[in-house]
Design a protein around this ligand. Structure first.
Ligand SMILES: Cc1ncc(COP(=O)(O)O)c(C=O)c1O
Length: 334
């Protein structure tokens, strides 16, 4: 069985379900895992080591999905909180370049720093790369706009940012799971995993290039950010993890139990068979559409495939509702 067939068969068909990213359907394994965890909890047998393992396995699967080492990956709960962490690390007076109309969780966390002189310049997605100036500290954008499915021109944005030294922060929430995502292309990525990754809401990730880690203030550091988690439960001595785990927040336990099978399913669909080596030029295999949880067969014809970042957006950028069930719908319904 090919990996798409495996992935498709992991979901219970829901005839008439709109295959939109506002809220992904859970895989059967996610529902089973969460039901099992609820029963265990109710029986007074919750084992915190099991929850820790769920976070570890989720981190590893996400790392595989986006082509980085797990040490690049921090776990969180929402995009806005993770972007907030990045925004807190932007220096006073910095200019942040964002996309006009981008999702609020990518923009508001920067806007709230106006009192310390952080300015947020909003420009159309199409001119984002051209608008990067020497004064631009950070460029923050969604890889795919949830409003209408437009895909950012990653190559142009990266080139412009590299020319001025601007930090790139890419929200891959609306992309990961149906579009190949290579997190090594960006300084920082953030991802809420309840959309195309079909994990429970309340699970999210941040990736950061190791050389930039020191520039991110762990504003939400708690016991789970400690190098030795279970030796970090009381202060004041603080020894944070040396890798991106120092940015972790303590997990919403049951959500992570459900996230493991979801992320492993999608990672298996997308990632290379061997663990990727950051910087090795590894890319996920060709872009394909997300399985449509309907009873209709989902053909995998090339014309319906979304474009990879940096390539022409083609069919996927339309954001329109698919009648064949092959093109992911990418708008956001509240
Ligand atoms: C591009 C994008 N990022 C993130 C999110 C989710 O944000 P948060 O995790 O802050 O609720 C959404 C939700 O629609 C989105 O469209």
């Amino acid at each position: 069985m090919d990996s798409l067939t495996v992935l498709r068969s992991a979901f219970a068909p829901v005839p008439g379900y709109l295959d939109a990213a506002t809220c992904g359907l859970p895989a059967r394994a996610t529902v089973d895992a969460m039901r099992g965890a609820l029963d265990t909890w109710q029986a007074g047998k919750a084992d915190l080591a099991v929850y820790d393992e769920a976070v570890r396995a989720s981190r590893a699967a996400f790392a595989r999905l986006v082509g980085v080492d797990p040490s690049w990956v921090a776990t969180g709960s929402q995009t806005s909180a993770l972007v907030g962490l990045v925004a807190s690390s932007v220096p006073d007076g910095a200019e942040v370049l964002v996309v006009d109309g981008d999702f609020a969780s990518v923009v508001f966390p920067f806007l709230v720093h106006a009192d310390r002189g952080v300015t947020v310049r909003q420009v159309p997605l199409e001119s984002l790369a051209d608008e990067v100036r020497a004064s631009t500290h950070t460029v923050a954008f969604s890889l795919v706009q949830s409003r209408d499915g437009r895909i950012a021109d990653v190559d142009a944005i990266r080139t412009a940012a590299a020319a001025t030294g601007a930090v790139t922060v890419c929200d891959v929430t609306q992309a990961a799971g149906w579009l190949p995502v290579d997190a090594t292309l960006f300084d920082v990525t953030v991802c809420a995993s309840y959309k195309w990754l079909s994990a429970p809401r309340g699970t999210a990730f941040l990736t950061v290039r190791p050389e930039l880690l020191d520039r991110l203030r762990p504003t939400s550091a708690g016991w789970y950010a400690g190098e030795e988690i279970w030796s970090s439960v009381y202060g004041p001595h603080m020894a944070l993890a040396t890798d991106a785990r120092r940015l972790d927040v303590s997990p919403a336990w049951l959500c992570w139990v459900g996230a493991v099978p979801a992320l492993e399913l999608v990672a298996t669909r997308w990632a290379s068979p061997t663990p990727s080596v950051p910087g090795s030029g590894w890319r996920p295999a060709g872009a394909r559409s997300w399985p449509c949880p309907t009873t209709r067969p989902v053909p995998d014809e090339p014309s319906s495939r979304p474009a990879a970042p940096g390539r022409p957006a083609a069919a996927a950028a339309s954001g329109s509702r698919s009648t064949s069930g092959t093109t992911p719908t990418t708008w956001h319904a509240p």
